[in-house]
Design a protein around this ligand. Sequence first.
Ligand code: GTP
Ligand code: MG
Length: 197
Amino acid sequence: MIIKSAEFVKSAVKPDQYPPALLPEIAFAGRSNVGKSSLINTLLNRRRLARTSGTPGRTQLINFFVINQSFAFVDIPGYGYAKVPSSVKRKWGPMIETYLSTRTTLKGIVLIMDIRRLPRPEELNLVDWLNHYHISSIMVLTKTDKLSKSKQNMQMRLISHALSVGSDDLILFSAKTRQGTEDVWQAIEALLAEEKV
Ligand code: GTP
Ligand code: MG
């Protein structure tokens, strides 16, 4: 994918704050601090378009970006981080569920998991939920630079088993080395090209 333009559009909580549903959209979801914003920046070749941070819970709103004026990326706040105030946490579930279940232009989700961690109930629930709503997903294991090749393969097997998918369904990625950038783009392009039935 050649990136001619990539612009932040707006942040939103509720549907009436979303930008008009005009472009096909890909959303990025995953545990807090897993590297969602870093993945977006790596894909777009921008260092700081999506705000990243060592402090989990950086992204607290749904952030919309438009790429090449032809499709949109959506950075969804991370789930599962204990230190976010519970008033904030209570709003996350409904905010994300409302987005995922009502956004008519949503073409699919990139579900990002840390290659060092086994999926927990939050990931398994999200996968069930996506299946239930027939939302296509791309599964990415990130931070591969933290593990040796043999450990990466071992984790890939364990995680694919836990998620009941094939190892081929998991894309290995690192924002640090850019490993997997092309694979993720290919998967995204395939989703963008899909005709929704
Ligand atoms: P929230 O918005 O808080 O949910 O976090 P996020 O999922 O958007 O994570 P973010 O991209 O902000 O990254 C969190 C931390 O992980 C930052 O310190 C990043 O530099 C680091 N990080 C992200 N991706 C990678 C990676 O592939 N390798 C390594 N080594 N570090 C990474
Ligand atoms: Mg973020």
